[in-house]
Design a protein around this ligand. Structure first.
Ligand code: TRP
Length: 361
């Protein structure tokens, strides 16, 4: 079976460690395993505009920022097609036809959209473009005949919506659209990272993020601010691991070899945790350790990003090539969709014949 993978991000800010563990690592794994026919990563600028319509510069500038982040992390444009959503006009056209297959009440029931409406204060007046973004996302997915969509939990309602539209479309117009399948992150690495303040989500708007281009000094400052255990006051006090952001991060990023390199009094994370729980281990020690690990991870990404940013023409060329390829693929699907809907007036000889007979008999 053909395996086509598609993922995407809204370009509303540069990428942070939360994105890295939540999606980038998984994409790198998929890319490097190479077990697919086509893999796409879409910079969803049109979707970003559905709730940032008044701020187009923010969205535009972050398209390049996100592209640089992808490339700096090791996304390889020879293996993966990176493209810009708004430059693939077939996606907008598909959206328009799919909108007929979805009711307003169905859109209003989407749990992710509901949460976002509250978050953005849209309750009083919901922009219809925003309410419709799950339909547009269905266009993104189906345009490439995507079979696999690696997503986080919050995107499950989008996949459900996509499947419903695929079923309706195929029932009414004939078997054209391919049903996508979601793949949730399975490894312990691909999960949601809390912010440095311990809040459930790392995000730009909460101001609790560590970015993939932060300097060593910024990383250090942020790690030193991290929420630990408020009752762990003296070094000798027993400390709590649960909810302690430093340990949550160590669980994700720490490997045994880091101890040899940066904290050789211990052999593994279990030993460190036990000591912390017993008492006698200070926050500064564990924070310094985490800081070394994060600097080792982020340093090369930051440096590559700086290097790539020196040749933006090259980055634009990569995006242009990816977008050209995406256009070919999406136009092909749009053509099939329109044919099945009977919107092929100039090329459908059967239709032309039928009309001629109707009027000339
Ligand atoms: N909604 C996704 C997000 O907010 C971005 C996105 C747009 C997407 N289109 C997509 C993800 C298609 C997967 C497939 O992160």
């Amino acid at each position: 079976m053909t395996k086509i993978i598609l993922t995407g991000d809204r370009p509303t800010g540069k990428l942070h460690l939360g994105h890295y563990v939540g999606s980038i690592l998984n994409r790198l794994k998929l890319q490097n395993e190479g077990n697919y026919d086509e893999m796409y990563i879409m910079i969803a600028d049109a979707q970003a505009l559905t709730d940032n319509f008044a701020n187009p510069k923010k969205v535009r500038d972050n398209v390049l920022e996100v592209a640089l982040d992808y490339l700096a992390c090791g996304i390889d444009p020879h293996k993966v097609t990176i493209f810009i959503q708004s430059e693939v006009s077939a996606l907008t056209e598909l959206t328009f036809y799919y909108m007929n297959l979805v009711t307003l009440s169905r859109l209003m029931r989407n749990p992710t959209v509901k949460t976002e409406i509250k978050l953005r204060g849209f309750e009083e007046s919901i922009p219809s473009g925003f309410l419709n973004y799950p339909v547009s996302q269905t266009a993104d997915i189906t345009a490439f005949e995507t079979t696999i969509v690696p997503v986080g939990e919050d995107q499950l309602p989008m996949l459900e919506q996509a499947k419903e539209i695929v079923h309706s479309f195929n029932r009414i117009y004939g078997d054209v659209l391919v049903e996508p399948k979601e793949v949730l992150p399975d490894s312990k690495n691909a999960r949601r990272l809390p912010g440095i303040d311990g809040k459930a989500k790392m995000s730009k708007s909460l101001g609790n993020a560590i970015y993939l281009d932060d300097s060593d000094e910024e990383i250090k400052k942020k790690v030193m601010q991290m929420y630990t255990d408020p009752n762990h006051i003296k070094v000798t006090d027993p400390g709590k691991i649960e909810g302690n952001v430093v340990f949550t991060y160590l669980d994700v990023f720490c490997k045994d070899e880091h101890f040899e390199k940066y904290l050789s009094d211990y052999h593994n994370l279990q030993e460190l945790k036990e000591h912390y729980q017993k008492g006698g281990l200070g926050d500064v020690t564990i924070k310094r350790f985490l800081c070394s690990i994060l600097c080792e991870l982020i340093g090369p990404i930051r440096d590559r990003k700086k290097e790539l940013a020196k040749d933006l023409d090259n980055v634009l060329e990569i995006l242009k090539e990816g977008t050209d390829k995406a256009n070919k693929r999406a136009n092909n699907t749009l053509k099939k969709v329109k044919e099945h809907m009977g919107l092929d007036y100039f090329t459908n000889s059967e239709f032309i014949e039928e009309m001629k007979n109707k009027y000339n008999n």
